[in-house]
Ligand binder design. Structure first.
Ligand code: DGT
Ligand code: CA
Ligand code: CA
Ligand code: ZN
Length: 561
């Protein structure tokens, strides 16, 4: 993200939180939160925008536009200063605690004099929280646990970890159960696992206790557990209200809030049990999510789109765009073999592709350069291409002869042009000098994009989830260059990367950039990661036409002419 946008979004979000702690107008609170979201996801820098241009952005009115300018120029604004002045310093951090919202923070502050984490912990240990009206012992335990988590530092799960734990739970639950929450929406990282089930309460509690580290809370409506150190919530539903429950627990929270607004217009209240008519008090229940959408006059919204990024309005018009489906993928566009640092032979890659019903697999081994073990130099790449032809004589799945060539620090590629010309498809990736500043890195990648022989930019931001932040790069410029040069950007489906992420995918898609889904598999089981790439593509609003891998072999090769 652009540094100015990051700064401005941070200040706006803080203002929203502080307003809420001070019990100010909820519309104003929402307006700042929304503006923070808009600026945070903006493709261009607000640094160069005047107030008129800012006001033209969705969710930004005159008052906020002025503040955006003020923050962009000075790093702060008077409103932020005023609110900070009026707020004890340790208070805003309490908002990050699980189960603690601004209203709770406000009450803890006003009624117990809590002004920070230490105070809060002391109050909980002295049982002063359960003494508050409307708070109970349970809430006090919850807060203590949250304080513990905050002290240890929070971290989110990778998709693979979350899927594994969800599978363990689904197997343990004695009845039908579905994954909800961020895992169902296909987010790149998962906070906690959410499951909805029709199974009986008692038996479920028993079965889950066997796989859990600890049962945090077991009630008639919900069970919360810790499993392998992670949190999971299980909600109980009945078949007649399963639809509303699944919808609610899938979220996102922002999407749910928008849906409730939609329901409010004809005088209904939407919650996890169904739609209640305000006048008659009658509750309508729904077996499926689609029935809820229909009752709201909307076409169904796929889970991956439920982030309040414009999908609700489209669904109300019946204009949800078609999204790419796993079935439409005809091949994997990023696979390593034992010729570089992978474990599969060429024959094994072809066999694995055939088994998955693919038309083609792009063999894209590393090029030789510093820091990559067993990378291919020009002669070995040529020999590999002969070996690939050999395999293709008998294989039902065609191996495409490719390479993942290094983009060196100066933007040059680590293989000569002739080598690249002999490839079917070329991925170019940054694997070194990650610390370059934004302009240098951006020009480096654009230099590669402009090369005639480069078809795909691999893992464009270089992030490793939980281990390495994205490189500093101006994705707006990269996306523009990719569009102009008809170079595809990769959606790297490896759960440790998931790069590009959804926001950039959407920006690229809107500009007509093609996206190539690749698993970056170094071993056969990793080929299954493809579904994560598809989920990410869907989160980025991609239809089949936006994805390179939906093309037939002939179409794909035609690109290179
Ligand atoms: P996560 O766990 O941080 O990766 O993200 P989610 O989306 O799974 O969030 P989580 O587990 O806190 O809640 C699961 C769903 O429950 C969420 O997507 C929507 C719903 N939900 C949670 N809290 C609220 C809320 O305060 N208001 C509304 N309307 N829905 C909520
Ligand atoms: Ca969750
Ligand atoms: Ca949850
Ligand atoms: Zn790579």
């Amino acid at each position: 993200m652009d540094a100015t946008n990051r700064l401005v979004a941070g200040v706006l979000a803080e203002i929203s939180d502080l307003l809420e702690i001070h019990g100010e107008n909820p519309f104003k609170v929402r307006a700042y939160a929304r503006a923070a979201e808009v600026v945070g996801h903006l493709g261009r820098s607000v640094a160069g925008m005047n107030e008129d241009e800012l006001e033209a952005l969705p969710g930004i009115g005159k008052a906020i536009a002025e503040k955006v300018r003020e923050i962009a120029e000075t790093g702060t604004c008077r409103e932020q200063a005023r609110l900070r002045e009026a707020t004890p310093q340790g208070l805003p951090a309490l908002l990050n605690l699980q189960g603690v919202g601004p209203k709770t923070v406000r009450r803890l502050w006003k009624e117990l004099g809590v002004v920070g984490l230490d105070d809060l912990e002391a109050a909980a240990r002295a049982h002063r929280i359960r003494a508050l009206r409307g708070f109970r012992e349970k809430k006090e335990h919850e807060i203590l646990r949250a304080v513990g988590v905050a002290r240890r530092g929070t971290d989110r799960m990778s998709l693979t970890e979350a899927e594994h734990l969800a599978d363990v739970m689904l197997a343990a639950i004695p009845g039908e159960a579905w994954v909800a929450g961020s895992l169902r929406r296909g987010r790149s990282t998962i906070g906690d696992i959410d499951i909805v089930t029709l199974a009986p309460v008692r038996e479920t509690a028993h079965s889950l206790a066997r796989v859990a580290d600890e049962v945090i809370d077991a009630g008639e409506k919900k069970i919360s557990i810790r499993i392998s150190g992670r949190r999971a919530d299980v909600r109980f539903a009945a078949p007649k209200d399963l639809g509303a429950m699944l919808l609610y627990l899938t979220g996102s929270k922002a999407f749910n809030i928008r849906l409730r607004e939609v329901a409010r217009i004809p005088g209904m209240r939407l919650n996890e049990y169904g739609l209640t008519d305000h006048k008659t008090g009658e509750l309508r229940q729904f077996r499926t999510e689609d029935e809820v959408f229909a009752a709201l006059g909307m076409s169904p919204v796929p889970p991956e789109l439920r982030e309040d990024r414009g999908e609700v309005d489209l669904a109300l018009e019946g204009n949800i765009p078609p999204l790419v489906d796993v079935q439409e993928i005809r091949g994997d566009l990023h696979v390593h073999s034992e010729w570089s640092d992978g474990t599969m032979s060429l024959e094994e890659i072809a066999a694995a592709g055939e088994e998955r019903g693919y038309e083609y697999m792009l063999v894209s081994d590393h090029s030789a350069s510093l820091g990559i073990a067993h990378g291919l130099d020009a002669p070995r790449l040529a020999r590999q291409q002969v070996a690939i032809e050999q395999v293709n004589r008998t294989s039902g799945c065609t191996l495409l002869a490719g390479v993942e060539v290094d983009i060196l620090a100066d933007g040059k590629l680590s293989l000569p042009d002739e080598s690249l010309q002999n490839c079917d498809l070329v991925i170019a990736s940054v694997h070194s000098a990650f610390g370059q500043d934004e302009d240098v890195m951006t020009r480096r990648v654009i230099t590669a994009i402009e090369k005639r022989d480069v078809d795909i930019i691999g893992h464009p931001t270089g992030r490793l989830i939980g281990r390495r932040p994205p490189v500093a790069i101006d994705m707006e410029r990269v996306i523009r260059a990719a569009a102009e040069n008809e170079t595809a950007l990769e959606i790297n489906a490896s759960p440790g990367r998931l790069d590009l992420d959804d926001i950039y995918i959407k920006q690229a898609q809107e500009r007509g950039v093609r996206l190539a889904i690749g698993t970056d598999a170094h071993a056969a089981p990793e080929l299954a990661y493809l579904r994560h790439g598809v989920a990410l593509a869907r989160r980025g609003w991609c239809g089949p036409g936006d994805i390179l891998n939906t093309r037939s072999l002939a179409d794909l090769l035609e690109r290179r002419g």
